[in-house]
Design a protein. Structure first.
Length: 83
């Protein structure tokens, strides 16, 4: 995450906000210590408790990787149960 010294962030607040909108969160430091973060409002709302997520966001937040799905027609089927 890019960082800005407090003095520089105060002098260039518009630039800090524009950069946050285009590149993501911006860290502000005071005396070399990370103190605050400027984030786009859409990201801030998404991070709030109780924020409603879309189905796409829920699905995309799931586990990544391949699922072990066997090819069709290669699996055995159980015999039907007769009553």
């Amino acid at each position: 995450m890019p960082s800005w010294q407090l003095q520089e962030a105060k002098a260039k607040l518009s630039e800090v906000i524009d950069t946050a909108e285009k590149q993501g969160p911006q860290v502000i430091t005071r005396r070399g210590i990370e103190t605050a973060v400027v984030v786009p409002i859409a990201e801030w709302k998404r991070m709030q408790p109780g924020a409603k997520r879309t189905l796409l966001e829920i699905l995309q937040s799931g586990p990544k990787g391949d699922l072990p799905i066997p090819p069709r027609g290669k699996t055995r089927h159980r015999k039907p149960v007769v009553f």
